[in-house]
Design a protein around this ligand. Sequence first.
Ligand code: GAL
Length: 404
Amino acid sequence: MKSFFKSSIPVAFLLLVAIQSPAKVKIVMSGNSIAKKDSTNESLKLISQAKRLSSFLPGQIWNDTDGVPVNAHGGGILYHEGSYYWYGEHKVAGTLGNTAQVGVHVYSSKDLYNWNDEGIALKVSDDPKSDIAKGCVLERPKVIYNQKTNKFVMWFHLELKDQGYNAALSGVAVSDYPAGPFTFIRSFRPNTGCWPVNVQKFHKRPVSDTIKSAYCGGKDCLPAHPDTLNLLGRDFKKGQMARDMNLFVDDDGKAYHIYSSEENSTLHISQLSDDYLSFSGKYGRFFSNRYMEGAAMFKTTKGKYYLIASDCTGWDPNAARSAVAESIWGPWKELGNPAIGKDSASTFHSQSTYILSVSGKKDSFIFMGDRWDPNNAIDGRYVWLPFEFKGGKPYFKWADEWKL
Ligand code: GAL
């Protein structure tokens, strides 16, 4: 980080301008950029003209085109009509930033290096009764475009204010424009009253009343295998739990919601309805008892589906996982940690959030990870690294700096 600032400050072009009228001003972290002040009493403002970027610098502070660090954590990318849109959790400083105080931030870019601030795509609500009331947990937002309805559809993991991680809900919002504003539609649990395509006979048997209605959600919380407890059966009527999540749109326009379910122990993949606003009722459960989090899917031109995910260790990084399948409905075959080299056991101190398919470049994929900082959430960093393939297995190595 230090070397980045040493090299960037001399080239930053500083403008000393006299402005009387209020300007678009942002709060920046001290040390990350040049402070901008907004006061009618002050006529002098120091504005930094951000340096144009021409490479990726994983783990370093990533300034937007205004010179302010990008604030889009647990994010995902939509490519639409020649532009990339990066949606992510807007975090504030301190531990308060682990809850949603602002909403979903969106940036746009043509080259993936330089990002324009497009503002807040989805705002949390000031109404304390709203599902997305300020102070809720709103994580891992993803946006896809529906060609039939011409709408941009956002999904996110939602936990209701002051209820910890108990609700395990999916939230949906919609907009006519990629940068929003998005309108919140509803939150719900997936697949109420539906069995998965790979349901087993024992799931349909009555669930013992010794099974708790909720466990703590971590890896060591369950007293037995999720199938022994039959968490799927437990949640059949109420709807399945959904926490860490992602979206994937296949070549045929069908969209899928991929999420950690059954107390995070098992990954579910659900086909969405044609308008992408709800579930179709068709879903499968995979990697039972593997506690996959941060799951992200991509597909190569060879027609193979890949999943990248993490283990379940809260904000602490762990070794990533990868898996391949010929069909979304499986069978999925695990391929091991796709990160290789020094620090691969912590996925280079990051957790997967999305796999970006680079437009116009055949089978070019970028691992997008978060380097969380739960003590000062706004200072979480982004780790983007390029995938390579060997023998049909995707992998990525660390690079201090790289280009497309
Ligand atoms: C992680 C998860 C994050 C967040 C965090 C809270 O395991 O990937 O999205 O939910 O736990 O502790």
